[in-house]
Design a binder for this molecule. Structure first.
Ligand SMILES: [Zn+2]
Length: 260
């Protein structure tokens, strides 16, 4: 199995992507497979898109987003691979956001071009990106689960956050096991200053728990009661990271569908 590259010293120093090329490829793949493509309302000049693929009688409705941090290319690349493979079960509906922070990718920065960490902007929303994204989300139906694709330059392996305030049946352990076949798992007891066990973090979701909300808090408080934030280790080879994220998404969908 791939080992860390030792490149990320003080930040992400791996491959970057041309986000406009990536978005064009994602749009092309989605259109070819029958998705509808929408620009977010009031997005100005920013290339902010939501894709939807609706099943006639969905057994599962999911939301997948990525690219909220511009120094985490593995997420958009994994989304592109999933769109191009088009290997989704036929009876699920999917809402997908292929890149929530395009200017961050242009600059290879976590924040957008105005130095805002968009993934802390979902409580007292100020940025154009988050205003446009939430305007799009607000008119969607509810989802059975949400999935946010991220990377962590400091991680020793893959890990995930499960937001599950009602203790619904969840599959985090199974996802980590599946990803473990293709990528190292971060077994630290403390990840991102939060207690972790076997690559799984289960933060408390209450509006008061954090002054600044990430995207996952917003969707759990408005559109779903179960969300997974997937974190691939960005000091590893890009192919490993993309494979880790794709494996996690496919496992989540398959196992939640099996519970229906
Ligand atoms: Zn991130």
């Amino acid at each position: 199995m791939a080992a860390p590259l030792g490149r990320n010293i003080g930040g992400y120093n791996g491959e970057t992507i041309d986000i406009n090329d990536m978005l064009q490829s994602a749009i092309t793949a989605a259109k070819a497979h029958g998705w509808s493509i929408e620009r977010f309302p009031n997005a100005g000049n920013l290339p902010l898109y939501g894709f939807r693929r609706l099943a006639k009688k969905p057994r599962l409705t999911i939301y997948i987003s990525t690219g909220i941090h511009g120094d985490e290319p593995g997420g958009p690349l994994a989304m592109l691979e999933l769109l191009e493979d088009n290997d989704w079960p036929s009876d699920i509906s999917i809402f997908a956001c292929p890149c929530l922070n395009p200017t961050g990718f242009t600059n290879n920065t976590r924040e957008n071009e105005n130095h805002t960490d968009l993934n802390r902007d979902y409580r007292h929303i100020k940025s154009i990106e988050t205003l446009a994204h939430t305007a799009w989300i607000n008119q969607l139906p509810t989802f059975d689960l949400g999935i946010c694709l991220h990377e962590d330059w400091e991680a020793k392996g893959f890990y995930l956050y499960e937001l599950n305030p009602d203790n619904l049946p969840a599959v985090s352990a199974e996802v980590v096991e599946a990803v473990g076949a293709v990528c190292a798992i971060d077994q630290s007891n403390l990840i991102d200053d939060r207690p972790a066990q076997g690559g799984i973090l289960k933060p408390v979701v209450s509006p008061d728990a954090r002054p600044l909300w990430p995207e996952a808090f917003y969707i759990v408080l408005h559109k779903t009661r179960l969300s997974y934030t997937l974190e691939s280790p960005s000091d590893f080879p890009i192919a490993t990271r993309v494979q880790a994220l794709c494996t996690a998404v496919r496992t989540l969908i398959d196992l939640h569908l099996a519970k229906r």
